[in-house]
Ligand binder design. Sequence first.
Ligand code: MG
Ligand code: MG
Length: 258
Amino acid sequence: MILLKTKEEIELIRDAGRLLGETLAEVGRHIRPGVTTAYLDQIGEQFIRDHGAKPLCKGFEGFPAAFCISVNDVVVHGIPGESFIKDGDNVTLDCVIELNGYVADSAYTFAVGEVSPEVKRLMKVTREALYIGLDQCKEGNRVGDISHAVQMHCEKNGYSVVRELCGHGVGFQMHESPNVPNFGVKGTGPLLKEGMVIAVEPMVCMGSKNVKFSKEDGWNCRTRDGKPAAHFEHTVAITAQGPDILTTFDYIENSSKQ
Ligand code: MG
Ligand code: MG
């Protein structure tokens, strides 16, 4: 069942989304060669708790950390650990927080130092695909309109989208109905209605769409061909006027320009 949110509830999700945007920026400021992903996770978890929120990934189906931190060919669900960040890596932070009972979900891929022009382009196209998907988030459209728009933008740029994982409803819980795949057919799938809140999250591979999940931990999802991937995500409310984006990259992108 798709749970609709009232205007008041959407404002509370926006509060969580704003704090999540600040959190991603705070951790992003610490991404540099020589730090471990466990260190980044620790900084982020502290920031979340200091602001009265809860990191919902921690403990979710046994996931051990507050953030998914996915480096280079890890598409999503990287478990923070003792490996060091290197110059030229691309690092995705993906985090879900609950503030005052309401939940926001957002992800951002950061470039560490000088990444290759190919990776830079992958990140740019993935970010564009997110906003092109978000443009479809208006009442009367269907989930397939979002999926199709994301898929087309990625494929026309020579990339592929992951099939095994998708966006989802969010707001009261971390994962709600409906699923929001990154591939699909226009005009199909659940109807978008005012009050729906969903996470749109293109997971985009430079090479083939095939991924493998770690046999050791069951989480870490890598591209099979070892080529890099990128992932950007926003939580968005559907309105009759169009998308109302409840998470924000402003804290990341405005601080990095200064
Ligand atoms: Mg996420
Ligand atoms: Mg998500």
